[in-house]
Design a binder for this molecule. Structure first.
Ligand SMILES: O=C(O)[C@H](O)[C@@H](O)[C@@H](O)[C@H](O)CO
Length: 392
């Protein structure tokens, strides 16, 4: 079997562009992969246009390890976000092909199920004004939908430090959310890599009464000694890793014991095989894995096949219940959350496919996402922040 073509579709929404690749073979079987880039969709398409003819076309899609070694090593340039996203999308599509050829769901090819259902947490649900009342109402909607876990970034604009008023506002938002979801649901705090260690530690201590299950990216991702400093001084588990794109770059996190949970993005760090290798490595440090997932149905399905087969998996991030309805309809077989859990994914392959007609109806948007701007979260409700031209 040989790969004869790779098609790329971009599904646009006001706040995210989702790139889907379809890998086609000479035997008529094809597979899908997907990735959501922040501000780099054009770069990804450009890289794919060079990498596909050089590394992918003519290759046997069933020789996945060989293909990814070729894309990783033979490329010579160091692995980065763009190249690893391209590699991951192709890799995931090859697993989809292999599952279809063998008539099995992908998780069975990854070792088989170690659980019967997969816990989800909701993200993207907070597209309302940043007031305790509005966040309370929005968080109620999440639990009413059955979710037993949700994540939020309660912090406003700013980097390294926060004004005292912002600190108090963050505490009020988290207090409202905890009140809305009750004592049993998990509350996850996103810091988006914006604080210096002192501020991260202070905020973690202020939020401790609301029993968050983790604080995420408390400091920017480049300095792991700073992360360790935070981990040593807070009593909430620390999560990180969505902006690490090569397995080897997790080594220092493990050696320093700087995090309790890692959050590899399977669509941006090498795909399913790479995520399985990373999880096995993490397990020897008793570190759990909660894959980052801001993607659509194909990215979610890939994460579910990983979750189904990985012992130290913790919980799966999911945006698609609270954003852009057409992202779900673009993907027949879209995995759904029921009572807070995904069922084991169905096969053969990933069990979900992509409908290019929906991408034609919702083409790529011109987005430049500015995460640290005031009200960035409103972008996800299709309301461009007033006066923030960088958003659109
Ligand atoms: O952990 C996560 O899901 C991400 O950090 C996420 O919150 C944002 O980065 C998202 O891309 C905003 O559009």
């Amino acid at each position: 079997m040989k790969i004869v073509d790779v098609k790329t579709y971009v599904l646009g929404t006001p706040w995210r562009n989702i790139t889907c690749v379809e890998v086609l073979t000479d035997e008529g079987v094809s597979g899908f992969g997907e990735v959501r880039m922040v501000n780099r969709t054009e770069a990804l398409k450009g890289y794919l246009s060079e990498a596909v003819p050089n590394h992918v076309l003519g290759h046997d899609p069933m020789r996945i390890e060989d293909l990814t070694q070729r894309m990783y090593r033979n490329d010579y340039g160091r692995a980065g976000e763009v190249s690893m996203s391209a590699l991951s999308a192709i890799e995931i599509a090859c697993w989809d092909i292999m599952g279809k050829v063998l008539n099995k769901p992908v998780y069975q090819l990854l070792g088989g199920a170690v659980r019967d259902r997969i816990k989800a947490y909701a993200n993207g649900w907070y597209t309302v004004e940043r007031t305790p009342e509005e966040f309370h109402r929005a968080a109620r909607r999440v639990v009413e939908k059955g979710y037993q876990a949700l994540k939020l970034d309660p912090f406003g604009a700013g980097f390294y430090e926060l004004e005292r008023a912002e600190k108090h506002k963050a505490v009020a938002l988290v207090e409202a959310v905890r009140d809305a979801i009750g004592p049993e649901a998990e509350l996850l705090i996103e810091m988006h890599g914006r604080f210096n260690p002192a501020t991260a530690i202070e905020m973690a201590r202020l939020l401790e009464p609301f029993e968050p299950s983790w604080i995420e990216e408390p400091v920017p991702p480049e300095n792991l000694a700073a992360l360790k400093k935070v981990a040593n001084r807070v009593s909430i588990p620390v999560a990180t890793g969505e902006r690490i794109h090569a397995r080897h770059e997790f080594r220092e996190i493990f050696e320093l014991q700087a995090a309790d949970i890692i959050q590899p993005d399977i669509t941006q760090m090498g795909g399913l095989m790479e995520a399985k290798k990373l999880a096995a490595w993490a397990e020897s440090y008793y570190v759990l894995v909660a894959p980052h997932n801001v993607g659509g149905p194909i990215s979610t399905a890939a994460a579910l096949h990983f979750a189904a087969s990985t012992p130290n998996f913790k919980i799966q991030e999911h945006f698609n219940d609270f954003a852009d309805s057409w992202v779900k309809t673009a993907a027949p077989g879209n995995p759904e959350v029921v009572d807070g859990y995904f069922a084991l994914p169905q096969g053969p392959g990933l069990g979900v496919r992509f409908d290019p007609d929906v991408a034609r109806e919702h083409p790529q948007e011109r987005i430049f996402f500015n995460l640290y701007a005031e009200n960035w979260h409103l972008r996800q409700a299709q309301q461009p922040a007033k006066g923030d031209e960088s958003c659109k």
